[in-house]
Design a protein around this ligand. Structure first.
Ligand code: 13P
Ligand code: SF4
Length: 310
């Protein structure tokens, strides 16, 4: 791509030419967020994908999110900037191992966090995201036995919140497990008025310290309404862009990781660049293609979630 090309302008042209919609997750780099038609958390993105009238969905996020958009729109073209943008959490639950796990608990229903493969979704009864997980768990009868997969941290948080005894799959997100309790505690001493806000994929000791816990949209909305001027943000750093745009007068400090690299950047989310976004719109590839039978099986538990969250 020629360095003289104004990618922002070209992307706008391509959107109109191809009747395309760009859906972006909050963990995308700022430039991608700035050209997106919709920026959201996993639930918001699934809801937008369900109702779009665009001919082509350009999904700036990771593979499981684009898969969800495709499952909801089997007849539409779904393209993504980089097909290799995966997810450590989704990878922690390979379909065949999850199937064997599920067989050990024949009288349990399966609630799966949306951060999983289409194969795991097809083995699930209902999907949830971090913004509706509690509601989804509580929508089942109190005596219903439940398997929750694949995030053990979100699962443990839900057990604490709902009192339900759930069997957990042992998976986690590499980004949300990297935060240092010791460094956050020191940071809180230096910034006594700062509130710690955390995503429920974080480990329990971090969540115990948090002033607010929520999905990316939940965290962003909290910082808009809350009167504090300073926040320590325990989630992927991409969300800081919208926080700073919504509250320019406030200070947002990324929660420090245990080592000194920028490990609270998701390496999968950050595989996407503005240039790759432009190229995927121009050439309409990589395109996400899926097995039709798998799509039908994975759609049911997603639809159940969307009905409960409407
Ligand atoms: P939400 O944006 O739904 O909170 O999900 C966070 C996440 O880790 C997505 O990969
Ligand atoms: Fe997966 Fe974690 Fe990256 Fe989200 S932040 S895509 S859960 S690895």
């Amino acid at each position: 791509v020629s360095p003289e090309l104004d990618l922002f302008l070209e992307i706008e042209k391509l959107k109109k030419e191809k009747n395309a919609i760009i859906l972006a997750h909050y963990y995308q780099e700022a430039d991608i967020q700035d050209v997106a038609d919709y920026i959201g958390d996993s639930l918001g993105l699934a809801q937008q994908a369900e109702k779009t009238t665009a001919d082509m969905i350009v999904f700036a996020g990771v593979h499981f999110m684009a898969e969800t958009a495709k499952i909801l729109n089997p007849d539409k073209k779904v393209v993504l900037p980089d097909l290799k943008a995966g997810c450590s959490l989704a990878d922690s639950a390979p379909g065949h191992l999850f199937q064997a796990f599920k067989e050990r608990y024949p009288d349990h229903l399966v609630i799966s966090y949306i951060n999983c493969s289409a194969e795991v979704k097809a083995l699930s009864d209902i999907i949830c995201t971090s913004s509706n997980a509690q509601k989804i768990v509580e929508s089942l009868p109190a005596d219903q036995k439940i398997i929750f997969a694949p995030d053990r941290n979100l699962g443990a948080y839900l057990i604490k919140k709902t009192g339900r005894d759930m069997v957990l799959w042992d998976g986690a997100c590499m980004v949300h497990e990297i935060f240092s309790l010791e460094k956050i505690t020191k940071l809180k001493i230096r910034h006594p008025n700062a509130k710690l806000i955390a995503h429920p994929e974080c480990e329990e000791p971090i969540l115990r310290l948090a002033d607010y816990i929520g999905s990316t949209t939940g965290l962003l909305n909290f910082t808009k309404k809350d009167p504090s001027m300073e926040y320590i943000v325990a989630t992927e750093t991409g969300i800081l862009h919208q926080m700073q745009l919504s509250s320019p007068q406030k200070t947002f400090i990324p929660a420090p990781p245990t080592n000194n690299c920028a490990c609270n950047d998701c390496p999968h989310m950050k595989l996407n660049t503005l240039e790759k976004l432009y190229l995927c719109m121009k050439y309409e590839q990589p395109e996400l293609l899926m097995d039709p039978t798998l799509m039908v099986a994975a759609r049911k538990p997603i639809e159940r979630m969307l009905e409960i969250s409407a």
